[in-house]
Write a protein that binds this ligand. Structure first.
Ligand SMILES: [Ca+2]
Ligand SMILES: [Ca+2]
Length: 156
């Protein structure tokens, strides 16, 4: 039986009613520009699983985990130490694609970087990771058993 957990963000206290109209009346917002296409995260949470009410926001997601970040700057400007994130545990190697932001174990630390390459070698599937703000890829292949979670929402 699949269990659905609910996360409720009480935004009513944080965002005044005046701002609701400005934010939520526009269904689609455009980030205008002429930049090149880059790999973005997959659509982990379908639109119908995000409910926006006057009193708050409910995101319907299975097995959510709360996450915070260390101030390493490697993912600036996307998120920094004050951001919170919702992460989920991926079920299989097929779930992870280029563009996703995942946390993985390396030695005793947890690193949160973006998948920039997915390939196959003699040991199976591997991922190459990179901090958005780093000039170089992480210098090793990451395997699925090192991957802990996938970032599905960032909250500022
Ligand atoms: Ca894109
Ligand atoms: Ca920083």
């Amino acid at each position: 039986m699949k269990q659905i957990l609910f996360i409720t963000f009480i935004m009513g206290m944080l965002i005044g009613n005046l701002f609701y109209g400005a934010i939520f009346d526009n269904d689609v917002q455009y980030a205008y520009g002429s930049g090149i296409e880059r790999d973005s995260p997959q659509n982990w949470i379908p639109e119908q699983d995000i409910k926006v009410y006057n009193s708050g926001v409910v995101i319907n997601v299975k097995n959510p985990e709360w996450a915070r970040f260390a101030d390493t700057n490697s993912m600036d400007p996307l998120f920094d130490e004050d951001a919170n994130a919702i992460e989920i545990i991926p079920e299989s190697v097929d779930d992870i694609e280029v563009g996703d932001i995942v946390s993985y174990k390396y030695n005793d630390i947890s690193i949160v970087h973006r998948v920039v390459e997915k390939g196959i070698d003699e040991q199976g599937v591997y991922f190459i990771m990179k901090g958005d703000n780093n000039s170089d890829d992480d210098p090793y292949k990451v395997r699925f058993d090192q991957i802990q979670r996938v970032v599905v929402a960032i909250i500022y």
